[in-house]
Design a protein. Structure first.
Length: 322
């Protein structure tokens, strides 16, 4: 017989009762799975009105759980190809980047799909370290320009406009690339070099001048399903959509993190900002947070300074300092 009792055989281990802590942990995991499953089923019951931004009838769309499925439902309802949709705005047909559909849709929101318009080639001379462009993407393979800074290199070219989709850089196709990948290519073009952009502007129509016809609101139906008009449908790149009520501090944190993303890497992305917040919700120190960010979002190659600024923004928002 071993001096210290040796290892317990498998049968003996299997017959042991779980500790109260293990039981509580399993119950908590099961509860979270059940809650998420219920939220996902509720999300698929919601319906929203959608129109083409350049003018169309209104269609009802439902039964989607991510951006790709949303675009497919819009395309099916309006008899267009999915690859014609550049991005969507909420409650306005105008190219308004403040109204861009990001990771969340309010229960009463009306969705406008902006379609691919004319192509244009622009030759740009990079006579400063930065172009002055902020890039985002639609979550379905199209990167586009969200902001052009005043008095920047890009602002000198009238062909480059907010809302333009970047299709290629120096004849290299970037369709399917994420916004941070496109932003990196543009950053790596050296000062003093000339390069070519192929852009697609959004199709424009009569809605730029007149108010759209509102379809019958789904607010009542959606509120019946959810039980509150303050909730939003959150679309996620990984996993199904869920219905949630966003705490007020999270909204402020998203805005701050979006600003930091723009300053450090030249992109804006509410869904990414949401993910960065989720990673830090239950952590107690910045070192653990940096490890979590690197593990899940390593492709972005965020600098340490940026990660610690994000950690600070999350905690400032929680404490009401934003």
């Amino acid at each position: 017989m071993p001096l210290f009792g040796g290892k317990k055989d498998k049968k003996e281990k299997q017959n042991e009762s779980p500790t109260p802590e293990e039981t509580a942990s399993k119950e908590e995991k099961l509860r979270k799975i059940q809650e998420e499953s219920k939220a996902t089923q509720m999300a698929k019951q919601l319906s929203f009105n959608a129109q083409l931004a350049h003018g169309s009838h209104t269609v009802k769309i439902s039964n989607f759980s991510n951006v790709k499925e949303l675009y497919q439902r819009i395309a099916d309802g309006l008899s267009i190809e999915t690859n014609q949709i550049l991005y969507c705005t909420l409650n306005t047909p105008k190219v308004d980047m403040e109204k861009l559909l990001g990771g969340q849709i309010g229960l009463e929101d009306l969705i406008f799909a902006h379609c691919k318009g004319e192509a244009k080639d622009v030759t740009v001379f990079k006579n400063a370290p930065a172009l002055g462009l902020t890039i985002t993407d639609n979550g379905n393979g199209y990167a586009f320009i969200k902001r052009v800074r005043e008095s920047s290199v890009a602002s000198n070219y009238k062909e480059i406009n907010v809302g333009d989709h970047i299709a290629s850089i120096n004849t290299v196709n970037v369709v399917g690339s994420r916004h941070f990948e496109v932003a990196k290519i543009l950053r790596e073009i050296k000062e003093g070099e000339t390069f070519n952009l192929t852009l697609f502007e959004p199709k424009r129509g009569g809605f730029d001048a007149i108010a759209p016809r509102q379809g019958k609101s789904n607010a009542s139906k959606n509120t019946d399903i959810v039980g509150t008009g303050r909730a939003t449908l959150r679309l996620r790149s990984k996993g199904p959509a869920v219905i949630e009520e966003t705490p007020s501090w999270e909204g402020k944190a998203i805005l701050k993190i979006d600003d930091l993303l723009e300053r450090f890497i030249g992109i804006r992305d509410e869904e990414l900002a949401n993910t960065l917040i989720d990673l830090g919700k239950n952590l107690e120190n910045p070192s653990d947070y940096a490890t979590a960010v690197d593990a899940q979002l390593g492709d972005f190659e965020f600098p340490d300074e940026f990660v610690f600024d994000i950690w600070g923004a999350i905690n400032d928002a929680k404490a009401g300092r934003l």
